[in-house]
Design a protein around this ligand. Structure first.
Ligand code: SF4
Length: 352
């Protein structure tokens, strides 16, 4: 299986993915491509939220100027999402796009594929081949009966082969299904069959809550397998929410950097507003960059034990809490001072 460390490196503008580079968070503009001001505003909002690679639909020639306009306003790579029309890919390449998402099997004869491959190669622009359950070719569907993981991977590798024919290997692959299990199986299979970097995502996940759950299972399982070089959480919601969810998934999979909060679920022993405390600590930890583990526990039965595993933590009592740092009790803190004193102690710990 080709794990993250061993995938092929590709450069997307100022970002390198694959070959063990950190997993990049992607999202996509959702405003109409005709809305230039709206596109720029959303692109900036996504960059500010932590988006590391941004994709925009380029549905027609009128959308080509959007590329230059957006690129002037952001500092992260921009990807053109193109379907069927190879001329759009050529124009996007000429307009300075950083990556193109196109399926070469859908753009016509070989000479068109060659033109796109040549245009991208000469400018160092990679191509993402992206298949999903709805895009599997008829002849592959006939072979497998339905868009099974095998069918999805065969479809992706078919598109890839059309580029390889022109000696083009600056490729990333995505293989998305709206079925979480199929998505996981398909990516695992792809990681066995090729070494191109994989862009992970579960597609058409639905509205925010279920979308995040499906993505966390699908993307998270693969990340824990060591698979995946870029990720996108697709939500029927503001794409800024996609970035927040993607960062949380990376964090939960141990790939996020920054602090990790562990908190107990509370029980009949809890004598303090632990839910409120945990939420406040989570919010305040956004200002911390170091990879420390912080425990917020409801009582001293399990609190100190957990806090020993953590770098620092609190164990709630009645109207007060014990502040722990590794094995040591630092001090007792009154309830209203808990968050401030915890943060103060974290600042001391992380000061260089
Ligand atoms: Fe209950 Fe204490 Fe465990 Fe929290 S740490 S669940 S309060 S026993």
């Amino acid at each position: 299986m080709t794990l993250r460390q061993n995938t092929r490196k590709i450069r997307i503008g100022n970002r390198v993915i694959g070959g063990g580079n950190s997993v990049a968070v992607q999202s996509m503009l959702s405003v109409p491509s005709t809305d230039i001001a709206g596109s720029v505003a959303q692109a900036k909002a996504l960059e500010a939220a932590g988006c590391e690679i941004l994709r925009a639909a380029i549905p027609d020639m009128d959308a080509i100027p959007l590329i230059e306009t957006i690129k002037k306003e952001i500092h992260i790579p921009l990807v053109a999402d193109i379907h069927f029309d190879y001329r759009l890919a050529l124009e996007a390449a000429a307009a300075g796009i950083d990556k193109i998402r196109i399926n070469p099997g859908n753009i016509g004869d070989d000479s068109r594929v060659k033109q796109v491959a040549d245009a991208c190669r000469s400018r160092g622009i990679p191509i993402r081949v992206g298949v999903n359950s709805g895009s599997v070719e008829k002849h592959i569907l006939a072979k497998y009966g339905s868009p099974t993981p095998e069918a999805l991977v065969e479809s992706a590798l078919y598109h890839v082969s059309l580029l390889e024919r022109w000696d083009f290997q600056d490729i990333a692959i995505s293989i998305k299904s709206s079925d979480v299990k199929n998505t996981i199986s398909a990516y695992r299979l792809a990681a066995e069959r090729c070494s191109y970097p994989l862009h992970l995502g579960v597609t058409e996940t639905g509205t925010e809550r279920m979308g995040i759950i499906k993505s966390a299972i699908g993307i998270g399982s693969l990340l824990c397998d060591g698979i995946g070089d870029t990720i996108r959480v697709s939500l029927t919601a503001d794409p800024v929410k996609e970035i927040e969810a993607a960062k949380d998934i990376l964090q939960a999979a141990g790939l996020g950097g920054g602090p990790r909060l562990v908190a107990c679920p509370t029980c009949g022993r809890t004598r303090i507003d632990l839910i409120g405390l945990a939420n406040q600590v989570e919010e305040r930890l956004k200002e911390v960059k170091e990879p420390i583990t912080v425990a917020v526990m409801g009582c001293i039965v399990n609190g100190p034990g957990e806090a020993r595993e953590a770098d620092i933590g609190i164990a709630g009592g009645k109207g007060e809490a014990l502040l722990f740092r590794k094995e040591e009790i630092v001090r007792k803190v009154p309830e209203e001072r808990i968050v401030d004193e915890l943060m103060e102690e974290i600042r001391k710990m992380t000061a260089r």
